[in-house]
Design a protein around this ligand. Sequence first.
Ligand code: GLC
Ligand code: GLC
Length: 814
Amino acid sequence: MKYGHFDDQNREYVITQPDTPLPWINYLGSQSYFGIISNTAGGYSFYRDARLRRLTRYRYNNVPMDSGGRYVYLRDEESREFWSPSWQPTRHELKDYSCRHGMGYTVIGSTYSGIEAHTRYFVPLDENLEIWQLTITNRRTTKASISTFASIEFCLWNAQDDATNFQRNLSIGEVEVEDDVIYHKTEYRERRNHFAYFACSLPGAAFDTQREAFLGRYGGWDKPAAVEAGQLTNSIAHGWSPIGAHQVELELEPGETRQIVFVLGYHENPDDQKFLPAGSQTINKTLVEPVIRKYLDPVEADIAFARLREYWESLLGIFEVNTPDIHTNRMANIWNAYQCMATFNMSRSASSFESGIGRGLGFRDSNQDILGCVHMVPARVRERILDLAATQLPTGGAYHQYQPLTKRGNNDIGGGFNDDPLWLILGVSAYLKETGDWKILDEPTPLDSEAGSEVPLYEHLRRSLHYTLERLGPHALPLIGRADWNDCLNLNCFSSTPGESFQTTTNKEGKVAESVFIAGLFVNAGRELASIASRCGLDGEAASYLDAVAKMEQAVNEHGWDGEWFLRAYDDFGAKIGSKECEEGKIFIESNGFCVLAGIGLEDGKASKALAATQKYLATEHGIVVQQPAYSRYYLNLGEISSYPPGYKENAGVFCHLNPWAMIAETRLGHGDQAHDYYKRINPSAREEISDLHRCEPYVYAQMIAGKDAPSFGEAKNSWLTGTAAWNYYAIVQWILGVRTTFDGLEIAPVIPKSWPGFSATRKFRGVTYKISVARKGDGNQIALTVDGSPIEGNIVPTPTDGRKIVLVKGILT
Ligand code: GLC
Ligand code: GLC
């Protein structure tokens, strides 16, 4: 069953039934100010960091599900009935409910007792605020008196402290109200120079800032006492729980439409201009007021919205494709690209499944995210690369994550993941292929964020590769360290204490357990760095990397091959993991997908055997599972992977992130049908019809779909923030459609299904628009290209030297 439909024309998903299986969310904001918003207006907002600069409160894992958000209530003054046009929190039966999640905005509305109301929520570009445009129309034949209420609950901004330190926090709340603007200034008296505000465009009848006054004793958001009474009480919060609530009275003639604009925002004052008059404790509002006034004007709000639409239009216009498959088109053109921007912005920090409190930006995650968004925001990717590299340790090792506000690395969720540094090479190489900006390699970049320690970015890449070479194990394969890509394969942890973190505990020396996956990653990254080195004129260095790659391939061939597939690892006893000799966990996707993706075994038949085994043992109708058979009990020597019940997460769940590795691997063998078949199995749009089973949003990828060993086989979890976004985008665009960036230009090398007559695409690349069309004349993947009518040698379209800005590329597949 479906809960809505795609509106591809408008780049929206339209939800038409509010009680979706889970809150189906969207993100507001694109640079510094962000919000999460569900299809029933739940969620919260923050400035840069969801832990340290949270503006509004959110209670996790709450009941009823997803309560707390940006709530509007309408009250009919005649009948005294009140309801929420967004369904939550009052949950009335509404007419024509719809939630349109679009690119950076969400519109939620409905009609109730003849009153139509819609709220459009969005964050203007380059501003630290969000706009709610509420439009109300009287569809009755008689006049209507409607009281309108809008409310949010402020948070103390360190969301962790907010949820734990009540003995202090319930005594420090402070607000000011001036000209219908509610200012939340808790802690502003001391070391903060920032505050939040909530403003309303029409003269308010009243306001509330103390939660209890608004909700009433023991009251909830579903039935605020003050809304029920039809009158806010102008309460001023002293301590307890400051909120912002506005009341506006509207008299609507039949057919009449009115608009109210609410603005919720964040502002920082210069330290020496915090108060006005100086010496007082009153917020100096002179800098923020013009901004507030500007966006309370509906005309300005509309202009800001139009700019946001243009922004997305231009980002998504960089690559567009038309294939015979609607699910491919819609994901590649709209939602997958959009999700790539969300993962780039949020990493794995704030979603319905990530609290925003626990994690900063992951080193490995952020580098992979680059694959999916570098064509849209190359300048921001450049900055991200330099930020990430600046946290790298002198050893070449990496902190597992860094905090976006301070840009410093930390090991709060563990360190010494031996795959981490290698991802930096892949991130940088993707950036170079997109932009040709070789100068980035010379950028002086610190080590461990220490001023004075700067070395060129290229030196960081060198150290990344050496980090692996200096950590080889008994079979000359890379030592795994804390874990590799699979955070939960903890081979040096051996934890028997309940509650102990698998991610931070180590009680083995780490000199034995090895990872075949890291070997595959090394081969891939090593080849990339060799290509980079030779283009920098460092031929000797390039040769030494290729030599190291060859040795690694040899180690994989000798000690990483199990006869029918690639082994996964060796544990601390030197025993095999992911081998036919194992009782459980005989075969894993990570090593098989990545080794083939890296080109290992293409010549000697290992690659095709490995993929055949992957298909036979791991592929299911809902995607490819991590391993088989699932671990049925806890293994001290394997760690967190065996802590999950069979079929979930790393223990044989469909970890969607890994599926594109198998897709890319299939394309390397020329198997377009198999690659696209795998693509379809986890494509959220293709799963829309089974929304009751899938449960997560049908417009974005989820991290995991429960595997065949789980009772809920096919059910997705952890939507939005996952490496799946970037990797699937990369797999479909660059490997299946084969519109691929290389150091030397744009390559066209499709490996598409045999049944496709072809496809057409537009790609803007290094200042030139390539209009590509591919037609199939035979069953294979051989392509002959003509560029502006003339045949060319090979697959790489030459960059025009005569200033042409539009290039027509025609490909014939035989
Ligand atoms: C999560 C983590 C990622 C890790 C994966 C597998 O997605 O963010 O870093 O590779 O899980 O454990
Ligand atoms: C990743 C894994 C998860 C693990 C976590 C630890 O997100 O998917 O299973 O618990 O990392 O940080």
